[in-house]
Every structure is written in structure tokens, then in C-alpha cells.
Design a protein. Structure first.
Length: 563
RNA sequence: CGAGGUGUAGCGCAGUUGGCUAGCGCGCCUGCUUUGGGAGCAGGAUGUCGGGGGUUCGAGUCCCUUCACCUCGACCA
């Protein structure tokens, strides 16, 4: 690109309303621009970085034996009704109607359509295995877009889908994708962790996430480096405590005027939070249910949904709480509740607990398991940093991550829903076993910038740098400089580099700063040195400036670029 | 969806108890001077003050309403 004639600009100051370093730097570098909340323009330089990321992913997909195609983004609504996900996605789906009033949606993910597509090609066990992928724009009406490209409402996703005879075949297909993902992220030089995760609305048997390690990440990762344990906080298993050996006392009521929160009552009773029970009233698929966790614990809604076997879980509104507990919010307890009661394992190990009294300004002390009924117990809380689980083999600590990729073993869920079957060698009709695999190139881009920036400049990993060589003409009024720069520009273009010629009529300082901001990998400065037949080479990653003869420049540049 | 906040020039911002022709910095344009890390001087252009309605002699400023955006929470593959 030739800057004097290209679509190129930079901003000197941070932009208001961009809350992340990557959002700000990419905006300031003129690579992206926000149009609406969670909707961005991809400007030439940003597009080039995206294309490099996509090219890496595409290469690894093809190497893993996957075949590229492209689905529409505009999809008849009934495709998602068939799988039951129209309801599951709910308001986060962009929905519209055509002129005839027929309902369409903008696809948030494409499992259904791929199953429909596969139905045409898969009839026999001889047609399997099969792996397909696409790069396609996804639409999700996120309640709260944020962090630049990290949480957006329109974004490109590379999604791949595998189709196999059985679980064994799925295992092989899954592994091939898993390895391809590792190669792709390694090539982008992203610092990432692989964690086990919730299968959530996707459904299925196994989910793993590739998480770019980064302080602004929205996911909390539970890790132990020594044993390699890594799980998303949503699913990280908690240790199960030994039952208390305390002798059970008889429950008695204690007036606690105005003491509503755990903080209030711990102060009031002078006891630690571990002696208290939090009774949380939720609506599980619309029906009230109580969830019990220890006072010092936080509920994991993902785990709670699994225990309760529901698809939707939301905190009950105050009216419902008051109705089921017959008390104001803040005094709920398990005794006498006429709704399902789900207890965390830690509750099952407690004795002489302090709970709400289901009565205004009243708590009950010395409550024991025999004093109330539990519908089911399980692990429904979030693990704390420093705890050890059997799986982790040692104390865990937390990191934050940006989910840049995920892999799902889906099993038969979508095959059954979308009628995707094959005939096996015994002439039996069997559902195809599916897997699905996603990568967000835009999140990769944002994560790379988050992990590689300093002093208001971007330091690109070699493989994704949108500009490999930037030629800076110090003075565009100096004909010799211009001629030399033009010659090098021509030569680098012929060599196939991603090259930029800064021939703008600006002061040198402005050009140097802009090249730093956009993160040109190698800078060739054509300035006063041309009088002696020399130009300067400087890598973004180094402060050293190297003078070379003009004639030697192409060879030296090729060497530095590793070409 | 709940709570809080912000909308004034391309970008970042100021604008007093309502009061003259709405300002500042950067950017932009012209000229001169300069030319190796965001130059200097002089001159200049650019505004539906988010939109609509109202109060008032007079509204960027007060009131009502609406939209957009941001933060925290809720929610969410």
C-alpha cells in the first residue's frame, strides 16, 4: 500500500467508549471503527491482519482433512425450531421477516444447516467420516457488547463440523481438529490454555475451550500448572468435605431484626460464614426451587442447572421469594419449604447450621440435615482459589481468558433433531455422530493485540503482522530519496511481501510514530543516508538500527523476514 | 431487564446562577519558515449543542419525552 493514496489514518488520542487496549489501539491505528455497539468496520489494515489469521486457520483446517464451503447467514427460522434452539437462543437471535411475512433469523451458529447439508451426501457408512468448515458471519444480539472485537454482535467465525459412524470415529475427528487448533494458535503465537468447559446450549458430551490468557478475559480459568489441570470456573469440580463430627443440637429460633445478608448475620452472630447456609430461590424452567450453598460459597448456575435438570435458571423475583418462603427477601431457609431443595455437597457435611427462618427478622441456629428435606445434592458451587480437587492434584489458582476457540463432541443430538442417519454394514439405520469446532478470528486479533502491546504500539507476531516491511521516505521533497524508496517498494512488491510505502508529505516523526502504532514488522528508512548510498533497517522488536547499502537492502530484508 | 453515567466540530474536551456572534487543544485548509521521533509563525474553514416537545423576552444551560452510547449487575455458545 502506498500511504499517499491509500485509505489510511491514525488517531493521536485514545477513543472514548473503547474500554480495552486492543479496541483502542486497533481504532487508533485505523484498523477498525465502531459503527454501533458490538458492530465494527474492518478497515484495510485490520482486514489484512484478519485475512492473515484466517489464512492460518484455513491452512490448518485443510491439513486436518476438512472441506470448505459456505452457508448463508440468513436462515429460515424453522431450521432452529426443529432443533429446539430457537427457544434456547431466545432474544439473542436477530429475527426478521421477509416481505411475505415469513420468519427468518440471522444465524448465530450453524450446526443445524450443516446437518441438513450433510443429509444430502451421507446415506451409507461408506460416506463417513466427513469434515466440513466455513468462514461465515454470525449474529448474536448480545445484551452487552464490550471490549472492542472481543464481545460483538456481528463477527466472523470459522466453524467446522465432523460427521462420524460412532463415538470412536468422533474421537479421531475430534483429535484431528484439536491438533489443528493447537497448530493454528501456535502459529499466531497466542499464549493460551485449553480448559474443559460447559456444553451449555450446544448440548453434547464434551467441550473444551482454547482460552487466550489475558487480564481482561471474561472467563475465569481454574488451573494447576504442575499437574496440567485446567477447567472453566463454570465446571471446575469442587472438593467434597468430610462430614462434620459435631454432635447435632436441636434447632431454635433467634430473632435477627434487619439482618439480611450473610455479612449482616456473621457480624450479628459473631460466627464465620462457614456456619451459615445461603438459601437461594431460583426459577428453574419457570418453577421455583431452592439452592443451598454454604455462607462463604457462591453458586455456580451452570452446575445448578445440571443438578436440577433444567434448561433455564434465573433468580426468582422478590414476589416469588416472599410467596415460597412466606417471609421478606433475606430470611429464606430450607426448613418447611414446599419446593424442590437442591443442596451443595458442602451442606451435606455440615452440622448445627445457621439458616434463614422463613419468617421476618428470624434465623434458626443448630439446624441439621434431619430438620429439612433435600431433593438432590451435588456440586453446585464455584471453587475457590487455593482449594484442591482430586482432579487438580494440588491447589488451584485462577487466570482469566478470552475464549478464542472451542471444540464440542456433540454426539447424536443434532443428527436426531435434523434427521441425519446412515445405513451401516448390517443394514441398520443409525444416527450420524457429530462434532463442532469454532474459532473467532476477530477474538484472535483482539487477543493478539491485548497480549502484544506497549507504549501505545502494537507488536505483531510475525505471522499475522499486516505490514511486513514499511518504507519511510524521510523527505518526499528529496528526489533521490523518493527514487530509492520507489525502487525498493517495487522490489519488495515483486518479492511478495506485505509492504507499505509511507510517501506522505509529513514530517519524519509523524511517520515513525505511525509505523510504530500500526506495528510494521520491519522499517526501512530512506533518508539522509541515501547520499552515501545507504538506507536503514529497523525491526519493531529491537532498538537497533542497521545501515545497509541500497543494493544490499533487498537481500538483507529477505533475510530478516526469513523469506 | 435493574442501577448509575455520558451525548457540544473529524478526535479529545470546557461551557458559571438561563443572557451578546458557542469555545479550547489536536486534526483539517492557505501562506511562510522548517524538515531524522507527533515542529514554529500568521491567517482560515468546520457545529441539526443526539432527536422531539415545553417553560421563557431569551435555552447548550431549566422541565417533559425519546434515541444512542458507556459502566456495574442480570443475562449469554
Amino acid at each position: 500500500m502506498r500511504l499517499s493514496r491509500d485509505f489510511f489514518y491514525t488517531l493521536r488520542e485514545d477513543v472514548r467508549d473503547e474500554d480495552s487496549a486492543s479496541g483502542n489501539l486497533l481504532t487508533r491505528a485505523g484498523m477498525i471503527r465502531r459503527v454501533a455497539a458490538g458492530v465494527y468496520m474492518m478497515l484495510p489494515l485490520g482486514l489484512r491482519a484478519m485475512e492473515k489469521i484466517e489464512a492460518i486457520i484455513r491452512e490448518e483446517m485443510v491439513r486436518a482433512g476438512s472441506v470448505e464451503l459456505r452457508m448463508p447467514a440468513l436462515i429460515p427460522e424453522d431450521v432452529y425450531i426443529a432443533s429446539g434452539r430457537r427457544e434456547a437462543f431466545g432474544a439473542s437471535m436477530f429475527a426478521l421477516r421477509d416481505r411475505g411475512g415469513r420468519p427468518f433469523v440471522l444465524g448465530p451458529t450453524h450446526e443445524e444447516l450443516f446437518a441438513v447439508a450433510a443429509r444430502q451426501a451421507i446415506h451409507s457408512y461408506k460416506d463417513l467420516p466427513l469434515s466440513l468448515f466455513q468462514f461465515q458471519t454470525k449474529y448474536r444480539d448480545e445484551p452487552r457488547p464490550r471490549f472492542g472485537l472481543i464481545r460483538v454482535r456481528e463477527f466472523v467465525m470459522k466453524d467446522a463440523y465432523s460427521f462420524d459412524l460412532d463415538l470412536e470415529g468422533l474421537g479421531r475427528s475430534y483429535q484431528a481438529m484439536f491438533d489443528a487448533y493447537k497448530r493454528a494458535f501456535d502459529r499466531m503465537e497466542i499464549d493460551y490454555a485449553i480448559v474443559t468447559a460447559d456444553t451449555g446450549a450446544m448440548g453434547g458430551l464434551l467441550s473444551e475451550e482454547f482460552q487466550a490468557l489475558c487480564p481482561i478475559g471474561e472467563d475465569i480459568l481454574v488451573m494447576n500448572e504442575e499437574t496440567g489441570y485446567a477447567a472453566n470456573l463454570e465446571v471446575a469440580a469442587c472438593p467434597r468435605p468430610e462430614p462434620s463430627s459435631e454432635e447435632h443440637r436441636a434447632p431454635r429460633k433467634v430473632p435477627t431484626p434487619g439482618q439480611k445478608t450473610i455479612e449482616d448475620v456473621t457480624r450479628f452472630f459473631g460466627e464465620t460464614a462457614e456456619r451459615f447456609v445461603k438459601t437461594l430461590i431460583y426459577l428453574a424452567d419457570g418453577r421455583p426451587a431452592a439452592f443451598l450453598v454454604r455462607g462463604d460459597h457462591e453458586i455456580s448456575e451452570v452446575k445448578a442447572m445440571k443438578l436440577a435438570g433444567c434448561h433455564e435458571l434465573e433468580m426468582a423475583p422478590p414476589e416469588v421469594v416472599e410467596e415460597v418462603t412466606r417471609a421478606p427477601v433475606g430470611f429464606a431457609g430450607p426448613i418447611g419449604l414446599e419446593i424442590p431443595v437442591y443442596a451443595d455437597y458442602s451442606i451435606m457435611a455440615m452440622a448445627n447450621m445457621i439458616t434463614g427462618g422463613n419468617e421476618a427478622d428470624m434465623h434458626i441456629v443448630d439446624v441439621n440435615l434431619e430438620d429439612f428435606s433435600v431433593t438432590a445434592s451435588g456440586d453446585i458451587r464455584q471453587i475457590h482459589e487455593g482449594e484442591t480437587t482430586p482432579e487438580s492434584g494440588g491447589p488451584v489458582h485462577f487466570r482469566r481468558g478470552i475464549e478464542i476457540g472451542n471444540t464440542f463432541k456433540l454426539g447424536e443430538k443434532y443428527s436426531m433433531a435434523m434427521d441425519l442417519f446412515y445405513t451401516d454394514s448390517d443394514n441398520q439405520r443409525r444416527p450420524v455422530v457429530m462434532g463442532s469446532y469454532g474459532i473467532g478470528p476477530g477474538r484472535c486479533l483482539a487477543a493478539i493485540v491485548e497480549q502484544n502491546h506497549a507504549d501505545g504500539r502494537i507488536f505483531w507476531p510475525r505471522a499475522v503482522a499486516p505490514i511486513e516491511v514499511a518504507i519511510v521516505v524521510v523527505s518526499t521533497k528529496n528526489e533521490t530519496q523518493v527514487a530509492v524508496a520507489e525502487g525498493l517498494y517495487e522490489s519488495f512488491q515483486q518479492a511478495g511481501y506485505d509492504v507499505l510505502l509511507d510517501d506522505r508529505d509529513e514530517r519524519a516523526g509523524i511517520k515513525f510514530n505511525d509505523m510504530d502504532l500500526i506495528g510494521a514488522w520491519l522499517r526501512v528508512t530512506v533518508g539522509r543516508g541515501v547520499a552515501e548510498g545507504k538506507v536503514e533497517l529497523k525491526l519493531a522488536s529491537s532498538d537497533e538500527v542497521e545501515e545497509v547499502a541500497i543494493a544490499d537492502a533487498p537481500a538483507r530484508v529477505a533475510e530478516l523476514l526469513g523469506r
